[in-house]
Design a protein around this ligand. Structure first.
Ligand SMILES: Nc1ncnc2c1ncn2[C@@H]1O[C@H](COP(=O)(O)OP(=O)(O)OP(=O)(O)O)[C@@H](O)[C@H]1O
Ligand SMILES: Nc1ccn([C@H]2C[C@H](O)[C@@H](COP(=O)(O)O)O2)c(=O)n1
Length: 695
């Protein structure tokens, strides 16, 4: 997961390959609650690992459920069998509506029948999300519920015992959120032991597909709800939760929407395959595929897979009632930018009471990209966009905002390429406002990208696994300089702050020298060493370097290896042999490369080139400290002589000698802390980016 303040997506061009979706959030949290209320142990396969499931799991544990995850990642959950194990608890439910609503219903009923006191709270946004309709229904039933902040909103205090009135139907509004009905359906079997319990829906029920999921899962846990249309539901007397033993959670259909859209926009050669949802899915959001087809996507499907590729291009604008796909419909708003005419999304009032007011958030952020958007109380109209602006997208702690706006990175596929005034461009000609005829693809900045943790923690990694950018669009920062100047340390810090890939090019020269030395190759024989370099079987995992099956990280860092590396690096044939290996590190979302010739030879088009220096005395001192901390004895004077000899060879060789690129920024960090140099480089980088100052 990218735990950084912002993630910059360079312009993306195409998509292909296979995506395996994480488990459905709606199914995961329903299954967890049902397993938690059941007798016996349920083995839950493919459970979603996310913020929202984490709060549900933590609550169930507090309530006395036993949880164990086996080596295959299967969760074994032993439920409380409808009998409270603890009568007092404070549960923090983050921003998870799928935990807050059903736990409120279940604990209110358990407190009423068995006694107890439970407090349910969440993040500030959760305390702004209405729950009055559920609270009213439960109070009419006889439950004691106190709203501890504002009436009708969490946090809530549930107390008991108190008598329940089960003879009358339980009435609940269905036109604001179907989660209130789901909560009652999941919890009322707790009290349907002696008599039928009837629920009546007041008003037109929205999001019916979610009720389908609830009913299907209740059936898996032994509860057969009788349904009369969408207005009346009867839980038969004698209902009892029974664990189904094993249960597989299907992939998240709402999460599939981003990849369906991706296929429609960018899979022009071969389809993008999405595994985990398909024709047999319980989730209503799988019908997003129909909306994507209406916009031009070509979709093939099997029981648990979809294959999507681009059909109409530009996409077709549509006018759609989105009641059946409330969450996934957000994705259509981004697809609309790539359409040939306006797209109108209707019946989406429920967006206003989600993680944020999604209607207003969507309109605001689309406008930042340059889009023309109209917004009504329950509808949104988006015009196609051709003159895209680079924008910092605020995500409002809403996972879907972050995932949706990643789709804006394909703007180069449909930007207006006629001569344009290029705004926010770092190059002086552009600053003077001269006309440019270059491709107008712009990057997109996603603020707070880790908000995807709510449902899809690895969303961006998964995206980068199936999309491609032109190499020249992938940003590179180079950090060159003499030995022990702190290049590696600075590169690590900068890459970490931006979520970029790291290339420690010195380690490639070191590995090549080490392999040649071990193979008893003459290090002065450039062609022979180059042959070793061309066949290196290197891999990089968790900061360690592997040569074939051996972890060579320690050997690589030895001073002797550094000297051998400097020796072999002087051969043009060796440099040529290692060139492609270095270029291959230019991967999404960007690269920080350190070495001697990163800015001058390997990545001459890098967006920022830093030439890092420090006095020889400072560098010898740092290297001395570094070696001592590793328990290696060293002599400062000897180290200084070695590093000066190495610098001299690196500077004076004919092939790609160490020298600053003409456009490099010079940074002497002799008197700077690591943090200060990192901030300096990040500030330089920010100046090259086309984004306005973050809000
Ligand atoms: N600005 C700094 N202030 C203090 N110490 C630093 C600074 N930058 C780096 N160091 C320390 O100096 C040592 C050498 O840094 P590092 O290994 O990053 O250098 P390098 O240039 O990558 O070396 P090499 O060329 O040998 O790979 C490390 O122990 C690091 O923590
Ligand atoms: N881009 C590079 C990187 C490294 N080398 C050579 C010269 C260095 O002395 C040696 C070891 O590098 P270090 O790990 O100390 O950064 O490798 C080079 O020529 N070009």
């Amino acid at each position: 997961m990218f735990k950084i303040p912002f993630l910059d997506l360079p312009p993306l061009r195409s998509a292909a390959g296979t995506v395996r979706l994480p488990g459905s959030k709606s199914i995961s949290n329903r299954v967890l609650l049902l397993a938690g209320l059941s007798e016996g142990t349920t083995a839950v396969h493919d459970l979603l690992d996310s913020d929202d499931t984490a709060v549900m799991l933590a609550s169930l544990k507090t309530l006395g459920c036993q949880l164990k995850t086996d080596h295959a990642g299967v969760l074994h959950l032993t439920g409380i069998g409808g009998r409270l194990q603890t009568r007092q608890a404070q549960l923090f439910l983050g921003n998870a509506g799928t935990a807050m609503r059903p736990l409120t219903a279940a604990l209110a009923l358990l407190a009423a029948t068995q006694g107890g006191e439970f407090e349910l709270s969440g993040v500030p946004r959760m305390h702004e999300r209405p729950i009055a309709d559920l609270v009213d229904a439960l109070r009419l039933l006889g439950c004691q519920i106190e709203c501890l902040g504002n009436e009708g909103y969490p946090p809530l205090k549930l107390t008991g015992p108190s008598p329940l009135k089960l003879d009358e139907p339980v009435k609940v509004r269905g036109d604001v959120s179907s989660q209130f009905l789901t909560a009652l359906l999941l919890a009322l079997p707790l009290v349907a032991t002696q008599q039928d319990v009837v629920i009546e829906v007041v008003g037109e029920l929205i999001s019916k597909p979610y009720i389908h999921i609830t009913l299907a899962l209740l059936e898996r846990f032994g509860i057969q709800v009788q349904r009369e249309g969408w207005q009346r539901f009867t839980i038969p007397a004698g209902s009892r939760y029974r664990s189904p033993g094993d249960l597989h959670v299907e992939g998240d259909a709402s999460s599939a929407s981003y990849f369906i859209a991706l296929g429609a926009i960018a899979a022009s050669d071969e389809p993008l395959r999405i595994e985990g949802v398909g024709q047999a899915s319980l989730q209503g959001d799988v019908r997003f595929a129909e909306a994507a087809q209406a916009m031009g996507a070509i979709v093939a499907s099997g029981p648990n897979w979809l294959e999507v590729r681009r059909g109409a291009w530009p996409l077709r604008g549509i006018d759609l009632d989105c009641n059946h796909i409330p969450d996934a419909a957000m994705t259509l708003a981004l697809m609309a930018l790539y359409a040939d005419g306006p797209t109108t999304l209707r019946n989406i009032a429920s967006w206003r009471v989600k993680e944020t007011d999604r209607l207003s958030a969507m309109a605001t952020e689309l406008r930042k990209l340059g889009a023309e958007v109209e917004e009504g109380p329950d509808w949104l109209r988006v015009q196609p966009l051709r003159d895209w602006r680079a924008a910092s997208i605020h995500t409002y702690d809403d996972h879907r905002m972050a995932m949706c706006f990643s789709l804006a990175a394909f703007n180069g596929l449909l930007s207006d390429r006629s001569p344009q005034r290029v705004k926010h461009h770092p190059d002086p000609a552009a600053i003077r406002g001269e006309l440019q005829t270059k491709d107008r693809a712009v990057p997109v900045r996603i603020l707070d990208p880790q908000c995807v943790a709510k449902t899809f923690p690895d969303y961006f990694e998964t995206l980068f696994g199936v999309v491609e950018a032109r190499s020249e669009d992938i940003p590179v920062i180079t950090i060159d300089g003499p030995t022990a100047s702190g290049k590696g340390t600075l590169a690590d810090q900068v890459a970490h702050a931006l979520g970029y890939v790291i290339l420690d090019s010195g380690s490639l020269y070191r590995a090549c020298a080490l392999a040649a030395h071990r193979g008893e190759v003459d290090l002065d024989d450039g062609e022979a060493v180059a042959a070793v370099g061309a066949n290196l079987n290197l891999s990089f995992k968790n900061g360690h370097v592997w040569l074939d099956e051996e972890d060579i990280s320690e050997d690589l860092r030895r001073e002797a290896t550094g000297l051998m590396a400097s020796q072999v690096a002087a051969h043009p044939a060796v440099r040529a042999a290692l060139n492609q290996l270095q270029l291959d590190f230019r991967r999404l979302p960007g690269l920080v490369a350190d070495g001697r010739d990163m800015g001058t030879d390997v990545f001459p088009d890098a967006g920022l080139k830093v030439f890092l220096t420090a006095s020889a005395a400072t560098r010898a001192e740092r290297r001395h400290k570094q070696l001592i901390s590793k328990g290696i004895s060293a002599n400062i004077e000897g180290l200084r002589q070695d590093l000066e000899a190495r610098d001299a060879r690196d500077k004076n060789r004919a092939a790609s000698p160490l020298h600053p690129a003409a456009d490099a920024k010079m940074l002497d960090n002799s008197a700077q802390s690591i943090e200060e140099s990192t901030q300096r480089v990040l500030a330089w980088w920010a100046q090259t980016r086309p984004f306005a100052v973050q809000r």
